[in-house]
Ligand binder design. Structure first.
Ligand code: CTP
Length: 474
């Protein structure tokens, strides 16, 4: 097979090919770029392998450009990297092979042929090499039938799976990630290799594991990956809290749903409506505290009271454990987990404006995300029920829109500041200031006073008098 390249790609490919020729280096385009090119997936990352010194090649390529782009050299690893102006990322490495010394079980890496390099890769579909030699430019070198596996949508290791996965256990997660992203099937031996080596994931850094988890979560149907992670035994090692949701208990004819598969369904539903990684994390974590809060109430059945509160508290811990950022993204996920039952309570009859205002105020700018999560949380198989719940949420959205238009509480900022309270009553920072601020907020949310400065000011004076304070300025 010979690959045809786009004219834009030819510009930098020809420069690499010419540089390689002038240095007399056998050079190949390898890895994900080749795979994605054949699959028709867009990519801007290109990896090159040359049989010889990759640092020399990268420098030579850079010289062909004016202005000369920066080359990042990683001498210890023998790799180099060039970022081109139009977004292309070129990575250069020398072909390598493993050599086993008789006195050590740990392999050493030393220069090798392109074949040696190909067999060190994770999957046959990632072990394709495209020659850049002038007399066979574009020809695919495929010693492991990667093209056949690409056509048949199969993920298979080039070497016996144990060897490939022991070399780098992250490859087990990569395989599952590719199964999720590409909708490919994992070949039986490869799958058994993952199941047998799952425990080795423990030697991989949390950052690399989480990067793969995020990629799985950002796929079109993340449930594929989470289910494979679960069935291979990887999930209980990297994210036991999610595995704890598995199972449906039945007592006296009262059952409850399997919260693991329910969660996966919610994630898939939600993923049809958003690509926001953090909203997807909120879906993964929305019921995370169900195992801790599960109770059986005689004659009534299973309850999970307070799982949204306990779940909210678990979010920072899980983010820490997974090395996800402890910043506004974490706070967003926590907030959504805490609030995920609230819109349901607004679908009941006789809901007051006050309840609507409280939710709008608490959700703020994340109100729409919260509604997307709640709608995804409907996983009934009964179409009529689904439609009824969805139209109830539609009513909640409308009611919230009306109240927001009238009262503007989503981004409510108190019209009376703490400073004003202090100067009015001659106070220094102290408890009464907080009491007045809270009372003002509640009065506005409960509709006791309108959302205006005048009303808030009058209310402040009243509340201060109630607390025995005297106004020193008005
Ligand atoms: N590779 C490997 N084992 C790994 C990581 C990478 O064998 N643990 C090899 C594969 O041949 C892969 C290539 O290095 O195709 C480039 O790796 P990388 O850029 O991380 O991944 P891609 O396959 O390009 O895919 P993606 O960008 O989606 O991660």
């Amino acid at each position: 097979m010979e690959i045809q390249f786009h004219p834009d790609e030819r510009i930098w490919l020809d420069r690499v090919a010419d540089s390689a020729q002038s240095l007399g280096l056998e050079t190949y385009l390898v890895g994900g770029f080749v795979r994605d090119k054949i699959l028709g997936r867009p990519t801007k990352d290109a990896d090159f392998v040359c049989v010889g010194n990759a640092l020399d090649l990268a420098q030579k390529v850079a010289e062909a450009y004016t202005p000369r782009p920066t080359v990042s050299l990683f001498k210890t690893f023998g790799t180099a990297h060039i970022q081109l102006k139009d977004g292309w990322d070129l990575e250069f490495v020398g072909a390598r092979r493993e050599s086993y010394q008789s006195d050590s079980r740990k392999p050493q890496v030393e220069p090798g042929t392109i074949q040696d390099d190909q067999q060190r890769r994770d999957l046959t579909i990632n072990a394709l090499a495209v020659s850049l030699d002038r007399d066979r430019f574009g020809v695919v070198i495929d010693p492991f039938d990667g093209l056949k596996d690409l056509a048949e949508k199969i993920l298979r290791t080039p070497l016996p799976p144990d060897q490939t996965f022991i070399d780098d256990p992250l490859r087990m997660m990569r395989t599952i990630r590719f199964a999720t992203q590409l909708g490919f099937t994992i070949e039986e031996n490869t799958w058994n290799g993952i199941c047998q080596n799952a425990d080795r994931i423990r030697i991989i850094s949390q950052e690399r594991i989480t990067e793969e988890l995020n990629k799985i979560l950002l796929a079109e149907k993340p449930s594929i990956g989470f289910d494979l992670l679960y069935r291979s035994g990887l999930l209980e090692r990297i994210f036991p809290q999610l595995v704890a949701l598995r199972g449906a208990e039945n007592r006296d004819g009262h059952g409850h749903k399997d919260n693991f598969y329910h969660t996966l369904q919610v994630v898939d539903n939600l993923s049809q409506n958003t690509n926001d990684l953090w909203l997807r994390w909120a879906a993964v974590l929305h019921d995370i505290a169900k195992p801790q809060t599960k109770r059986y109430e005689e004659g009534h059945g299973w309850t999970f009271h307070g799982h949204e509160v306990v779940g909210g508290r678990m979010v920072p811990k899980i983010f820490t454990q997974l090395k996800l950022p402890l910043n506004e993204h974490m706070r967003f996920v926590k907030k959504l987990v805490e609030l995920h039952l609230r819109p349901i309570s607004l679908t009941k009859e006789n809901i007051t404006d006050s309840a609507v205002r409280r939710l709008l105020f608490e959700a703020g700018d994340d109100f729409d995300s919260l509604m997307i999560l709640c709608e995804a949380d409907i996983t009934s198989k009964n179409k009529q029920k689904v439609n009824r719940y969805l139209s109830n949420f539609q009513l909640v959205r409308e009611r919230c829109r009306e109240v927001e238009e009238k009262d503007q509480v989503r981004n409510w900022q108190p019209p009376i500041t703490g400073e004003l309270i202090m100067s009015t009553f001659g106070l220094s920072p102290s408890k009464p200031v907080g009491i007045i601020k809270d009372a003002l907020k509640d009065a506005m949310l409960d509709g006791i006073i309108p959302n205006t400065y005048e009303a808030a000011h009058a209310f402040m004076l009243l509340k201060g008098a109630e607390l025995g304070l005297t106004a020193v300025s008005r």
